[in-house]
Design a binder for this molecule. Sequence first.
Ligand SMILES: [Zn+2]
Length: 498
Amino acid sequence: MKYITTVLFMILFPNIACCHAIISYDISPLQTLDPPLIQIVISLTISSPGKVIELDMPKWCPGDYQLQNFGQYVEGFHAEGPNGELLNVIHPDSYSWDVNPEDYSRIKIYYLIPNEPPGNFSQNVQIENHLIYINGPGALLYLPDYRYKKTILHVHPPGGFSVITALRKVSDTPDSYYASGYDALSDAPLLITSRLKQYHFTANGTTYTLVFFDHLNELNDGERWVDVFRKIAVTENRMMGGPASSVYHFLIDVGGVNGGLEHADSCRVVYFPGLTVQEYAPFIAHELLHSWNVKRIRPVALAPIHYIHPVTTRSLWFVEGVTEYFAQLTVRRAGLESRDYFLQYWRNIVGKYLNNPARKLVTADESSADVWKTQTSDGYGGLSYYTEGELVALCLDLEIRHATDNHSTLATVMRLLKKRYSAPLAGYTQLDIENAVNDAAGENLSPLFQSLTASTQTMPLMKELGYMGLNIRFENLEDTTHAQRELMRSWSEVLSNP
Ligand SMILES: [Zn+2]
């Protein structure tokens, strides 16, 4: 995730037997009501007869490390047997409901969700006359005993509205989609709107879709972004050894609020018409890179995600800072910004780091692990794990390049982690990152790794930048060697045919 600086009632119960799912969600926006609501019906085939069914609402949204307690928004919760028999429900906690299914083999659970306030990076539930946006954790109850069961989503849009989601469509059934389980369902936000403009491109076998929505009257430059996004995708696919998924949606909220939030096969990002390529492209590169870094290559604490208790990891500097590092390199390598703009960016980041007194008090690890003590999703103690992580990434990348005569880089580390820990394999520990760095370098970089992540020592930026013939102001040193110039060229080069 990332901030961007600049900002009748009809319920249908379709037959799901065709889909062989034991759990399905029917979503019906009731946006003409005052206040507007979304009706959600969960249809369940009971797998353990007589056992009480637990339903929980997430307390937080993956990617946004703050408690939002979505259970507080649930209204009108009730459950029925196959002929409308009202079932006994207990509400033991603000986020939890227990349903007694009695002897029924199929039951339905009903509830309503109103508009919700946005999180740090994304809308949660937004219901307007022309637009419904649903971020899964903000609206969808989950059943712990059925979390990994194949799930079907049926959407019942108002007339004239389109449904957009990265989930795979059920053939021959309008607005119905498959999900492998709750995690996939809740990580595929749902856009239902009458105002959208779509563009498509393919790259490396993946179909990418740009979906601009909401304030389209302000949008007169949508088409110009298609080639920009394509270059970003091609450059990142090349670095990561192929796309993360076969379908990817950019849900672009024109004139919306907040920044961007990553999902497995999509992201929601705001866009303000008039932004330059140099201003906007790193933002897109950041969110797309998350389709690997954190969505598939993820810390063990996030595999699987615990939706109720805050998950603690020391590696958010890697999740966010390394993602931003590669976003900046991607935009440069895709030829979307000048060398001067690129170097000025790094000058600013180094200046920000050196002028932040928090760096002498808080480590990158602590900034990550203690983020829950803040409400910012940015880091603890005044130390942003974005900025800190970007410079940790810079130091590791340059040290690996220096150690291997530029044969290995931090991208080698990413590909190693992808091979060793990408879902459905287990997530990584911080030691696993350290080991991958050492393997990529072919030597022991653990002292540097520990110093960068677990200490408040000043980063050895002068030494690292010296490897490519630059001083700390990113100016050329006198009398550079061929090796230094080659490293600099490789680090900041524009790739052919991005
Ligand atoms: Zn991010």
